[in-house]
Ligand binder design. Sequence first.
Ligand SMILES: Cc1ncc(COP(=O)(O)O)c(C=O)c1O
Length: 488
Amino acid sequence: MSYDKLIFELSKEGRRAYSLKKASYPQYDINDLASNLRTIELNLPEVSELDCVRHYTNISKKNFGVENGFYPLGSCTMKYNPKINEDIVKTTNFAKLHPYQPVNTVQGALKVYYELQKSLSEISGLEEFSLNPYAGAHGELIGLMVMKEYHLSRKDFKRNKVIIPDSAHGTNPASTVVCGMEVVEIKSNAKGMVDVESLKSVLSDEIAGMMLTNPNTLGIFESDICEITKLVHDAGGLMYYDGANLNAMLGKVKPGEMGFDIMHINLHKTFSTPHGGGGPGDGPVGVKDFLKKFLPNPQVKKLDDYYYIANEADAIGRISSFFGNFLVELRAYSYILNLGKENLMQVGGFATLNANYVRECLREDYILPIKGYCMHEVVFDGLLDNPNDIKTLDVAKRLLDYGMHAPTIYFPLLFHQAIMIEPTETESLQTIDEFIQVMKQIAKEAKEDPELLRSAPLSTPISRSDEVFAAKHMIFSYRDYLEYISNK
Ligand SMILES: Cc1ncc(COP(=O)(O)O)c(C=O)c1O
């Protein structure tokens, strides 16, 4: 039997993956619920347990994850997620807690939340954190809401504009707009950094603040950061730190000390929690002392040795059902404790060393648009010697044939053939060397056998898909699929 089929195609009428015993407890008449009962057949696939298990196991093998091979997806920090984090989630009772349990029965969980907040404060130099946001982009929105609330509380109603560099991640302008504020874009200079003159030209009493990633989305440390934060502060704005790239800074520099007032952290990047197919993530928001009263409710506080839940009057309100993705927070806390301060301080250094090693080894094969050292990720702009006009997409697709995930491509938007590589600190020298050899081999193939690259990947279950079509016509269910087939 081919398990390449959709599960509905394996379906045989009457086949079951379960057999339920007759219930031994009393039965109740649910007649009064009759009007609410489903009258239409559910139309579920009918398969045996074995077919079902094989089907999903085979599907999982078609997927590529950080546990299958090298995954240098720039801007995403696809580092290894240590198994001890999973063990702690599975073998302790945390997973069985209910959010409505009395506070005195969940002291351990509240302690984890509180202590993780404190660890993030120590790491970032920002005094207070809320772990409630569910992802980086959610954290951005909450951070911007805090920024807005701060200006409103001072009756500074004009401040509704947020400065964002053109190299920023797309979620920065998106979150600004969702928060009801206006985006003011500024250009990067030739070195890929914020153009300070361009920044000066947009500062006014309408500026609520500036969002910045440092190292920025080109993997470069903004060396003028102190001047930038001073200029924005002098103009009455606040500095927002997009902490997605915090990995590079661990143990080296604290955003609070660079002059940032608000930040979010992507636990699923820097603190080794799973990225997990779009979620669950966690995007804690940290603020300087003068902003802490605006952090969302509910909040976890400590009095002597007792942890309690508080709802503060000045808070921006509730932004999540409870306390964020608690088991993700538990994994991050486990990571921090397992590494300990000394090892955590090595992370940024190794992540940066690995990216620069890749940069130096590939500079004769791929265009390096930015001079000087990079931080945790390196950006190339396509092949250097490219007589056959091979595109970045072809290089990325060919990498899949070598069992490696492609780096981020066509981002940042500043370069037409961008390839953004982030090896992270968790890869060995052997793996990175293997990747470098493969990239060199692909550069050779681009000259000697361009058609091979244009038709890659040849070894994956699906070769090239029409990505625009796929994005515009998403097929989420078997019914959608049947409809698509019948209209074809
Ligand atoms: C620089 C930057 N900011 C924000 C985000 C958004 O984070 P999330 O994907 O957790 O919503 C990302 C995600 O890749 C990012 O790289």
